[in-house]
Design a protein around this ligand. Structure first.
Ligand code: ADP
Ligand code: MG
Length: 292
C-alpha cells in the first residue's frame, strides 16, 4: 500500500465515523478472519434494567431491594445502576452502609445496619459457601431469555435471585450479518454466565461463545481464538477490555466507551455502534486491492 492510498483510506474511514489511530490498522483489517466482541456495552446498550426479584423464604421484597440497592449505590458496574434505579422507582429509602468492597468479576459486599449484604454472580455465592441450587430452574429460564441472574446473600443466607436484562443495540444484528457476509467468524467473550451468553449469541447468530471469563481471562481467550482462526479484531468498550484490545491484531474501541479502552485501541468507532466494524473491513479490502 502506498502512503497516499492509506491517507485516502484513512480519510474515507473518518467520514464513516471510524477513526484509525494507527496506519497499519487499515492494512491488517483486510486479513481479519475472526471478530471477537465484548458483550456488555458493545453488543448490548450497557444499561441493564431489573426485571425479576425472586425471594427465598423469610425475606421481604422492599427490605431486600433497599439493602441491596444501598450496597450497589457504591458500585460502578452497569448492573448496579439497574438495581439502584429500581429501588428509586419504588421510592425506597436506602440505609447507610459501611465496609463496601467490590470483588471484580464476582460482585460486591458491604455491611448494612450491622448485617453483611453480598450481591453477585453464582460463582460469588459458591465462594461464600452458599448453594444457589434452590433457584436453579428459575435462573436457567431467565438465562434462556437473555437475562442475567444475580444472587443476594443477607446475613450469610441466600435471600434472593435478581435478574437484569440489558437490551441489544438495534445496530448489532445487522453488523454481525455484514461480518458474516464478508466471510468472517464472530465470537463473543463475556464475564456473564453461560445461559445468558448463549441466549444472546443465539439471537444474534454469533458463531462462538466464551462465557464466565474472569477479568484478565479475556487476553487468554483472544490468544486461543487467534491460534484457532488467524488474524483477529477485538471490539470492546470497558476498562477490562484494554488488555484484550492490546493483544488483538486490531483493537477496536467503542467511542462511547471508557478512555482506557480507547487508549488501548488501534481503531475507534465514533458512533458507538458495531456497524463501523464491517464498514472498516470492507474499506480495508477495497483500499488494499486497488494498490495490489
Ligand atoms: P461483564 O462486563 O461481561 O459483565 P464483569 O467481569 O464486569 O463482566 O462481571 C462479571 C459478573 O460479575 C457479572 O455478570 C455479575 O454477575 C457479577 N458482578 C460484577 N459486578 C457486580 C455488581 N456490582 N453487582 C452484582 N453483580 C456483579
Ligand atoms: Mg463491556
Amino acid at each position: 500500500a502506498t502512503p497516499t492510498s492509506i491517507m485516502v483510506g484513512t480519510g474515507r474511514a473518518a467520514q464513516m465515523g471510524v477513526l484509525l489511530r494507527k496506519g497499519e490498522a487499515l492494512q491488517q483489517l483486510k486479513d481479519a478472519k475472526v471478530v471477537a466482541v465484548d458483550k456488555t456495552g458493545t453488543l448490548t446498550k450497557g444499561r441493564p434494567e431489573l426485571t425479576d426479584l425472586v425471594l427465598a423464604d423469610g425475606f421481604e421484597y422492599s427490605a431486600v431491594l433497599a439493602q441491596v440497592a444501598a450496597v450497589e449505590d457504591r458500585s460502578e458496574h452497569p448492573i448496579a445502576r439497574a438495581i439502584v434505579d429500581a429501588a428509586k422507582a419504588q421510592r425506597l429509602t436506602t440505609p447507610g452502609i459501611e465496609a463496601f468492597e467490590s470483588v471484580t468479576g464476582f460482585g460486591v459486599r458491604a455491611v448494612v445496619g450491622g448485617v453483611k449484604v453480598e450481591i453477585g454472580a453464582d460463582r460469588f455465592m459458591r465462594e461464600l459457601g452458599l448453594d444457589v441450587a434452590h433457584f436453579a430452574a428459575e435462573a436457567a429460564r431467565l438465562g434462556d431469555e437473555g437475562k442475567t441472574p444475580l444472587y443476594a446473600a443477607i446475613g450469610g443466607r441466600l435471600a434472593a435471585m435478581i435478574a437484569v436484562a440489558d437490551p441489544i443495540k438495534a445496530s448489532t444484528k445487522p453488523a454481525i450479518d455484514a461480518l458474516h457476509a464478508l466471510g468472517l467468524k464472530v465470537a463473543m467473550i463475556t464475564g456473564d454466565n453461560q445461559y445468558t451468553a448463549r441466549a444472546i449469541a443465539r439471537q444474534l447468530g454469533i458463531d462462538e461463545v466464551v462465557a464466565e471469563v474472569l477479568p484478565g481471562g479475556k487476553v487468554e481467550a483472544v490468544q486461543r481464538l487467534k491460534a484457532e482462526h488467524g488474524t483477529l479484531a477485538y471490539v470492546g468498550d470497558g476498562i477490562n477490555d484494554a488488555p484484550a484490545l492490546a493483544e488483538a491484531d486490531v483493537g477496536i474501541a467503542i467511542g462511547t466507551g471508557t478512555d482506557i479502552a480507547i487508549e488501548a485501541a488501534d481503531v475507534v468507532l465514533m458512533s458507538g455502534d458495531l456497524a463501523g466494524v464491517p464498514n472498516a473491513i470492507a474499506l480495508s479490502k477495497a483500499t488494499m486491492k486497488n494498490i495490489g
